[in-house]
Design a binder for this molecule. Structure first.
Ligand SMILES: Nc1ncnc2c1ncn2[C@@H]1O[C@H](COP(=O)(O)OP(=O)(O)O)[C@@H](O)[C@H]1O
Ligand SMILES: [Mg+2]
Length: 459
């Protein structure tokens, strides 16, 4: 399988915006465009398209990247980008840079010599701008700075100066930034306010786009992606192209998705095998929340992908302050998000986080937590109105209390039927029937069948 797809999926609006910005840059109307989104959402992929378009326009492309590995080197991304000017082998010695040339020695070692001491970031910004204008005059330049969230403050100072002053330059600056509180994001935001820069937010892919991504990776068309595999990809990725790719890869390597004579088909069980690299990454983020935070989120995971704080508090015995501080940490590290209805409900952003947390729990501990959560739901909502009944039922089933789970699913099923939701009623009652068969409670099972059979007939 290819590690990257031949076609970019979706992003039509963003591509149009970038194409326009490149054309403008060629006409001496440069600006800054910030591609913003969470890790794996496709910022680099989109930037690669911009590079492709720039090359098609005959523009010069300069690229630099910030990294977190190793000590923070000032100006790293800018130095990297400007160094590629030299690799082109063009004569740069007679560029009209005047007094700004020695200043650039801070970024370009070859121009070292006597770097004027104490020259300001503004002077340096101006020097870089003049270099970009001088080298891009007849064909335009795309300056791509990747992962600006990791950039050193010096780089950001220069970038800020550039963005403010590109409006008559043949230069488009494109920077990718992860959505997390950081100076780079503030910079993008303030550039937007001052109307010198544009921010393009990358949203998760739609289901149809996930299908297109999978199809393109499998070398088929979207109709050739088996429906159960697509369901799984969609659910597990929540529209993240990175997660969708990872998941697809793990289906193939685990042998549950195979390519036969008549196309791709699902042969095994698609559930449960969180790709290990993914799980590791998630677990690292969870680990940073500390042991208590991990306990808290494990209990939340047992409640479900969505969980109510009131129930979680009952289960863990955490006080308000502790609960909220861990929750804020979880939101900040983008593991959980507020959900409907506020303010009680939160949700894990990715189902894979839930699975990763489960790998940290023994089955016994998981059953115990589920039992405690069910007790909390029943204590907090004795009538089990709305969705509470089904939540309690699911938790009792996790706990292994099949009789109580069967009783609760039967109740939820009857209520669904009364509300006219026949398909849900059938699903809930069928589940109740199976559980009660397991528990050997023949009387209750007969009662459930009495309701289930006419409902089935109706569907
Ligand atoms: N729109 C898209 N169409 C097809 N593949 C995509 C798309 N967006 C991202 N991908 C793929 O998903 C993976 C992660 O994307 P990447 O651009 O590296 O994310 P980011 O830079 O935001 O962390 C890559 O393998 C990339 O090729
Ligand atoms: Mg990237």
């Amino acid at each position: 399988m290819r590690s990257h797809v031949p076609h970019i999926v979706g992003r039509d609006l963003h591509l149009r915006e970038l194409a326009g910005a490149l054309t403008d840059a060629c006409a001496q109307r440069g600006r800054g465009v910030f591609l913003v989104g969470e890790a794996g959402i496709g910022k680099t992929r989109l930037a690669a398209e911009a590079v492709g378009m720039a090359v098609d326009h005959g523009m010069r492309v300069l690229r630099g990247r910030s990294t977190t590995t190793g000590p923070a080197v000032p100006f790293r991304p800018l130095t990297e980008a400007l160094m590629s000017l030299f690799r082109g082998g063009e004569p740069l010695d007679d560029l009209p840079l005047g007094p700004y040339r020695p200043v650039l020695g801070r970024l370009i070692p070859d121009w070292g010599g006597d770097v004027p001491a104490g020259s300001s970031m503004i002077v340096l910004g101006e020097a870089v701008l003049r270099l970009l204008i001088a080298t891009g005059r007849d064909r335009g330049t795309l300056l791509l700075l990747e992962d600006l969230h990791d950039a050193d403050p010096e780089t950001l100072a220069v970038v800020e100066y550039l963005v403010d002053n590109l409006d008559q330059a043949p230069v488009l600056l494109v920077a990718t930034i992860r959505t997390e509180p950081c100076d780079a994001l503030d910079l993008a935001e303030s550039a937007r306010w001052r109307r010198v820069g544009t921010t393009l937010d990358l949203a998760p892919l739609t289901r149809a786009e996930v299908a297109a991504l999978a199809a393109s990776q499998l070398g088929t068309d979207p109709a050739g992606v088996p429906a159960p595999a697509l369901d799984r990809l969609w659910e597990d990725s929540a529209g993240s192209p990175l997660l969708a790719e990872e998941r697809l890869q793990s289906m193939i390597t685990s042998g549950s998705l195979v390519n036969g004579d008549d196309g791709w088909k699902v042969v095994g069980d698609l559930r449960g095998d969180v790709s290990t690299s993914m799980a590791k990454g998630l677990l690292q983020r969870i680990d940073r929340l500390g042991p208590r935070g991990r306990d808290l989120f494990s209990a939340a995971a047992v409640i479900g992908r969505r969980f109510p704080l009131t129930v979680l508090q009952h289960v863990t015995g955490a006080d308000d302050r502790e609960l909220l501080s861990h929750l804020h940490a979880g939101v900040a590290s983008r593991l959980v998000v507020p959900d409907e209805p506020p303010p009680d409900w939160y949700a894990f952003r990715h189902p894979l986080t839930v699975e990763a947390l489960f790998t940290q729990l023994t089955p016994g501990r998981r059953a115990e937590l589920a039992g405690r959560a069910a007790t909390a739901v029943q204590a907090l909502h004795p009538e089990l109105e709305g969705d509470w009944c089904q939540l309690a039922a699911g938790l009792r089933s996790e706990e292994g209390d099949v009789t109580e789970a069967g009783r609760l699913f039967a109740e939820a099923g009857r209520r669904a039927l009364a509300a006219g939701a026949i398909s849900s009623a059938v699903a809930l009652l069928s589940r109740a029937e199976r559980l009660l068969a397991d528990s050997g409670d023949a009387v209750r099972r007969a009662e459930v069948l009495e309701t289930l059979l006419p409902a089935l007939a109706e569907t």
